[in-house]
Write a protein that binds this ligand. Structure first.
Ligand code: WTA
Length: 659
């Protein structure tokens, strides 16, 4: 560790090696080209795609903040990710090296993936899905997840992928909001050596009684056979994926859709209890995911093996496992399970086996590997790695250096990439052959992207001072809105600074002009790189009959970045029924059922009062102090200044479990 300490204290940067810089796709001129003619630069990136009808307009911002990019052009997203590579003679290139958690494997070429997507598109169309219809996808990390997304896209329909860890209630809320008519799922998937019974969750989600008798909009359930677990079956409604595909014609011609045809909805947590359906469209999204994937990861499709470890249920899986890499004709690794199943070296084993050259993962994973010790990765040959990427949360410099040293052999570029579900693609990141990397900083906006850091009044803060990150110009892969709620879109992102996009993140520039991200400034937590809203968890807690009131905060956590910590007041009539420990266990399970295991609080503290201002607003700052074990800050604005002492007194009642 001494070497890491001294590196950090030297505040060192890591320029790319001359060999890397020489072969890099992005060369320094790219910054000048983008700065000289921003829209021309984006148009050029877009022209790298295949357009059935070329566009003549680049950006239409006349109805700001509702953007249109490449609006008069027409394309098919799936054709761009599949057919065109086959037509260019790359049909035999491997698209996906897939590995199931139990160790089963599949190798899928571009020709095979194209054929599978064509059949799937026909099968899905036969169920009445056409342009603009919504299809929910609730699948494990199996190739069919990619096939399903591309098949839906091929039809001009809209997918809404729901992370397989979400509960039936969360799934139902997303199905209802999007009014999906089809859900594609699997009997089960493998996770930590066990079968996760996805079809059961779908069945429960569709049942009418989950929403007081209101029937769901789902007409059919298409089921991939994966784990061979027993499932319930409703004749007529449920269909096996393999039967449907076998019955479907093999040929499917990709129809062209307008560039602004919606591609997908992806739900993410906001500051209220209701998740937001972030809407992305076709041409701009594909342009920026392909461009960033190529330049940030320096992708050489003939030789690289790319592995993005994100689940397809999150935006990183959409942009950097499906659309960006496949648009670029990349060869990828896809893995179903958890990093430590059946042994703690599983990821490193896969890297050695498939000779992965580019790895893209999250700081939480890196920190948990650090904790387990370098002996685990040291047992494997990781010499194929030539680039490392990080996403999802700020990466602390220690983890950055460990990542580069232990996984990257002390010599490869590390790119820390900042972006959001809403931005669709990477916005701030070093370029690996150009930028001298600085551990802990996401550094610079990509060519074509304009970022600033403002104070509350909208004035640029300048170096050294903290402020709010904004995006000052529209970008191709920007969200086009919130599904069904244009007002919330304007309110959330555009009301604070008018013509600038408010990201909800704190940031500052250092003296070199490099950006440092400081975490969320709103009531959104970031747990293991996943966004969770305090309000959503609070409402899950108060939906339990024993809870009177609750307050949730994100507290710093060594491994997961932040952890969910809940303060709960029990109803008087139930206060005696359970020990505080029992109540905490009960409520953790309840949150898990209501939202999903990722939302389960790390700690639940049973308290008798919550700190509130005179206007009744909960002072989360004080609860965060308690949750992080700090001396409690200024309490003078509390309605009752003794509350915090009472809470501190009861803290021994907190329960922490590690599952
Ligand atoms: C955070 C994930 C610091 C940030 C792609 C953002 C980061 C939220 C970074 C978006 C990073 C993501 N450094 N913070 N490199 N990347 N974040 O929508 O708070 O799941 O607003 O998208 O994650 O999370 P989301």
């Amino acid at each position: 560790m001494t070497s890491i300490d001294s590196l950090l204290h030297e505040n060192r940067t890591f320029p790319p090696s001359p060999e890397f810089a020489a072969q890099a796709i992005a060369q320094p001129e790219i910054y000048e080209a983008a700065a000289a003619d921003r829209l021309g630069f984006w148009a050029e990136q877009a022209r790298a795609l295949h357009w059935h009808t070329p566009f003549t307009q680049t950006l239409d911002w006349s109805d700001a903040p509702f953007a249109k990019w490449f609006a008069d052009g027409r394309l098919n997203v799936a054709y761009n990710c599949l057919d065109r590579h086959v037509e260019a003679g790359h049909g035999d290139r491997v698209a996906i090296h897939w590995e199931g958690e139990p160790g089963d494997q599949r190798t899928i070429t571009y020709a095979e993936l194209t054929a599978e997507v064509k059949r799937a598109a026909n099968a899905i169309a036969a169920l009445g899905v056409g342009q603009g219809d919504r299809v929910a996808i609730y699948l494990p990390m199996i190739p069919e997840a990619v096939v399903a997304m591309l098949a839906v896209a091929r039809l001009g329909a809209i997918h809404s992928v729901v992370f397989g860890g979400f509960s039936s209630e969360s799934l139902r809320a997303r199905i209802d909001d999007a009014e999906a008519k089809l859900v594609i799922t699997a009997d089960g998937g493998w996770r930590k050596g066990r079968v996760v019974t996805l079809k059961d969750t779908v069945d429960a989600a569709i049942e009418a009684d989950i929403t007081d008798g209101k029937p769901s909009t789902i007409e059919h359930v298409l089921v991939v056979k994966r784990a061979e677990n027993d499932i319930a079956w409703i004749e007529g409604r449920d269909l096996w994926w393999h039967d449907a595909l076998a019955a479907a014609p093999a040929e499917h011609e990709a129809e062209a859709f307008e560039a602004e045809n919606p591609l997908f909805i992806l739900y993410t947590s906001g500051t209220t209890g209701r998740p937001k359906g972030i809407l992305h469209t076709s041409g701009g999204f594909l342009t920026q995911t392909a461009y960033t994937h190529q330049n940030v990861f320096d992708l050489h499709p003939e030789t690289d093996v790319f592995w993005c470890t994100a689940d397809v249920g999150w935006v990183t899986g959409h942009s950097y496992m499906v659309y960006g890499p496949l648009a670029n004709g990349a060869t990828q690794v896809m893995y179903e399970g958890t990093p430590d199943t059946p042994h703690p070296g599983r990821w490193w084993e896969l890297i050695e086996k498939y000779k992965v050259t580019i790895l893209y993962t999250a700081p939480t994973a890196i920190r948990s590997f650090m904790k387990a010790g370098r002996e685990v990765p040291d047992r494997f040959d990781l010499s194929s790695i030539r680039l490392l990427g990080s996403v999802g949360e700020p990466i602390n410099p220690e983890a950055w250096i460990w990542y580069r040293d232990v996984i990257g052999g002390g010599k490869v570029p590390v790119v820390d990439t900042w972006w959001q579900t809403e931005t669709g693609a990477i916005m701030v990141s070093p370029l690996p052959g150009i930028t001298a990397a600085k551990p802990g900083s996401a550094q610079v906006p990509l060519p074509g992207i304009s970022i600033d850091v403002l104070d509350d009044d909208g004035k640029p803060v300048g170096p050294g001072k903290g402020g709010l990150l904004v995006i000052t110009e529209p970008w191709p892969s920007m969200l086009r809105g919130i599904w069904g709620d244009p007002e919330r879109y304007v309110d959330t992102y555009w009301s604070k600074f008018g013509d600038k996009y408010f990201a909800g993140d704190g940031a500052h520039y250092d003296e070199d002009g490099d950006l440092w991200l400081l975490g969320r400034v709103d009531d959104v937590m970031n747990v293991s790189g996943h966004r969770l809203s305090t309000a959503e968890i609070e409402s899950a807690l108060v939906s339990h009959p024993i809870v009177a009131e609750s307050a949730v905060v994100g507290a710093a956590d060594e491994t997961t970045g932040q952890a969910v910590v809940a303060f709960v007041i029990l109803r008087v009539e139930h206060a005696e029924d359970h020990t505080t420990e029992e109540a905490a266990v009960l409520l953790r399970g309840h949150v898990s059922e209501a939202i999903g295991a990722i939302a389960r609080p790390r700690n639940i503290f049973i308290v008798t009062e919550l700190p509130k201002t005179r206007s009744g607003k909960i002072m989360r700052r004080l609860l965060r102090d308690v949750a992080e074990g700090r001396a409690v800050g200024d309490t003078t604005t509390l309605a009752d200044t003794t509350v915090m002492e009472a809470i501190a007194d009861r803290l021994s009642g907190g329960v922490r479990s590690e599952d």
